[in-house]
Design a protein around this ligand. Structure first.
Ligand code: ADP
Ligand code: MG
Length: 450
C-alpha cells in the first residue's frame, strides 16, 4: 500500500468538539477533541457504540452541522457551510417517492448547480454504473430495498464527490442484499469506476468494517472521542475465514467491549484523547433479566470468545454489547483480549435462587454503579426516605442530554428495583426506600444455594 502524504489529505479535523446547550443551560458534550485527517485513496470505517457521535461527526465533516470548537479544513482551507467535496448516502435511502429514479438522481446534480442539459446524461451514466439501468423511470415504491439504496448511491456518486460519506448504508437491507451491494461498491472503488477519492463509512458492523476499510476508527462514548485509529493492510478481496481477518475482527471487538481501554495508536494524527472525565457511567439500558440470561449462556459454553459467542447465539454486536457493558460495570465478568470470563460472584449468582440473586445484584450495584449509590444515599439522607425524580434528572442533566438523562434514571430505577434497594412511585414521580428495604442484607459467599 502506498504511503500517504500530507498532499493526500482531503479533510482535516483539528480538535473538533460538539456540544449542545440544554434547556437548563447546561452544556452537553457530544464529541470531544477529535483530530483526524481523511486522505485520498482510503476507505475509512467509523465504528462505535450507538450514541458515540458517529452521525454527528459525519454531519460535521459534510458541513451540515458546525462544530462547537476546533476546526474543519477542506483542502487545507477552513470549511464554512456545506462541504462541496462531500456527498452522503443515508441508511433510510431518503428518496422522494413522487420522483422517478432518474429524477431522484438528477436532484443531487441540480443542487450542485449543474446545468439541466448536462444532468440527464450524467445521471444516466451513474444509473448504469450502479446497476440500475432499465429502472430509470420507475418510482421508489416499485423497487426493493436494495434497489432503492442503489438509487441513493447513484444520487451521491453522480455529483462526483471527493469524499463519499455513508451512514450505515447497508443496515436497512437484508443480509444477502447488503453483502452484494457491499462487494459491488468495493468493485467499483477498486476498479476506479467511480470518481470518488475517499470513502467514509459509519457502521456498527465489525465485519463490514474489516471487509471494506483501509483504516478503522473507533469512537468511544460520553463524550464521543477517538479510542482507536489503525490501518487495515489486508489485500482485497478479503476472506472472512482467514486467521488474519478473524484476528482483526477480534481486535476491534476487544476495543469495543472494553470501554476503559484507550488504544489510540501512532497512525492517528495530532491528538491524544483525554480520559473521560464523566462523573457517571453511561449505563446501557438493559434489564437484569437479560444479564442473567447472558451469564447463564456463558456458563454453559466452552466458547469464551465474545465475538464467536455472539455469532453462535446469533446476536449482533449492538445486541450483545450493552449486556456485556452492564455486566462489566457490575463487575460480574472480566474481559481479556476479546475473551469473556465469569467472575466468581457471577458463578454464585447463577447458582443462587432469586433472593440470593437479588442480594448479589444489590451488592454489585452499591459497590460499582455510581448513580445507584447516589440514589440510595439521597433516599437514606431524607427523613421520609423519598427523592423526587426531578432532582436525579437535574444531577444527570449536567452530564447527559435530557433524553439520555431520562434513560439513565430509568435504568438505575429498574436495576435498583430488581435489587429491592428502592422503589419507584410513578404517579408522585418519586424514588423511595420502604422500611423493609432499609435493612436488606448483602450477599456473602457462604449464603449460596439456599
Ligand atoms: P451515533 O450516530 O453514534 O449513534 P449521534 O451522532 O446520532 O450518535 O448522537 C450522539 C449523541 O448526541 C446522542 O446522545 C444524541 O442524543 C446527541 N444529539 C444528537 N443531536 C442532538 C441535538 N440536536 N441536541 C442534543 N443532543 C443531540
Ligand atoms: Mg448514527
Amino acid at each position: 500500500m502506498a504511503i500517504k502524504t500530507a498532499a493526500d489529505g482531503i479533510i482535516t479535523l483539528k480538535n473538533v468538539g460538539k456540544s449542545y446547550i440544554q434547556p437548563n443551560k447546561q452544556q452537553i458534550s457530544i464529541l470531544d477533541n477529535i483530530s483526524l485527517e481523511l486522505r485520498r485513496g482510503e476507505i475509512v470505517a467509523l465504528l462505535g457504540p450507538s450514541g458515540s457521535g458517529k452521525s454527528t461527526l459525519m454531519r460535521i465533516i459534510a458541513g451540515l452541522n458546525p462544530p462547537t470548537t476546533g476546526e474543519v479544513l477542506y483542502r487545507g482551507r477552513p470549511l464554512t457551510g456545506l462541504n462541496p467535496g462531500v456527498a452522503i448516502v443515508f441508511q433510510s435511502f431518503a428518496l422522494y417517492p413522487w420522483l422517478t429514479v432518474l429524477e431522484n438522481v438528477e436532484l443531487g446534480l441540480k443542487a450542485k448547480g449543474i446545468p439541466s442539459d448536462l444532468r440527464e446524461p450524467k445521471a444516466l451514466e451513474m444509473i448504469d454504473v450502479i446497476g440500475l439501468d432499465g429502472f430509470e423511470n420507475a418510482y421508489p415504491k416499485e423497487l426493493s430495498g436494495g434497489m432503492r439504496q442503489r438509487v441513493g448511491f447513484a444520487r451521491a456518486l453522480a455529483v462526483e464527490p471527493e469524499l463519499l460519506c455513508m451512514d450505515e448504508p447497508f443496515s436497512a437491507l437484508d443480509v444477502l442484499t447488503a453483502e452484494n451491494l457491499r462487494i459491488e461498491l468495493l468493485d467499483l472503488w477498486l476498479e476506479k469506476r467511480i470518481p470518488t477519492q475517499s470513502i467514509l463509512i459509519v457502521t456498527h458492523g465489525i465485519e463490514e468494517a474489516v471487509i471494506l476499510a483501509d483504516r478503522i476508527i473507533v469512537l468511544g462514548r460520553n463524550p464521543g472521542r477517538i479510542r482507536a485509529d489503525f490501518p487495515v493492510t489486508l489485500k482485497h478481496y478479503r476472506d472472512r475465514k482467514s486467521p488474519h481477518f478473524q484476528a482483526l475482527v477480534d481486535r476491534v471487538y476487544t476495543i469495543l467491549t472494553n470501554p476503559d481501554l484507550d488504544t489510540v495508536e501512532p497512525q492517528s494524527t495530532i491528538s491524544t484523547p483525554k480520559a473521560s472525565n464523566a462523573k457517571y457511567q453511561a449505563l446501557p439500558s438493559v434489564r437484569i433479566g437479560s444479564i442473567a440470561g447472558f451469564l447463564e449462556l456463558l456458563e454453559d459454553r466452552s466458547n469464551r470468545d465474545l465475538y464467536r459467542l455472539g455469532q453462535e447465539l446469533q446476536l449482533e454486536v449492538d445486541d450483545i454489547l450493552p449486556i456485556v457493558e452492564a455486566a462489566k460495570f457490575m463487575d460480574l465478568i472480566e474481559l481479556r483480549e476479546g475473551d469473556i470470563y465469569l467472575k466468581p460472584i457471577a458463578h454464585q449468582f447463577i447458582g443462587g435462587n432469586i433472593d440470593f440473586r437479588k442480594q448479589i445484584i444489590r451488592q454489585q450495584l452499591l459497590q460499582h454503579i455510581r448513580l445507584v449509590q447516589q440514589i440510595n444515599n439521597l433516599c437514606r439522607s431524607k427523613q421520609n426516605n423519598r427523592v423526587p425524580e426531578e432532582l436525579i434528572l437535574d444531577l444527570l442533566g449536567n452530564h447527559f442530554s435530557a433524553h439520555e438523562a431520562e434513560r439513565q434514571m430509568k435504568t438505575a430505577i429498574d436495576w435498583g428495583r430488581y435489587a429491592e434497594l428502592y422503589s419507584y412511585d410513578e404517579p408522585a414521580g418519586e424514588i423511595f426506600i420502604e422500611e423493609e428495604e432499609e435493612n436488606r442484607p448483602l450477599a456473602t459467599a457462604n449464603q449460596s444455594e439456599t
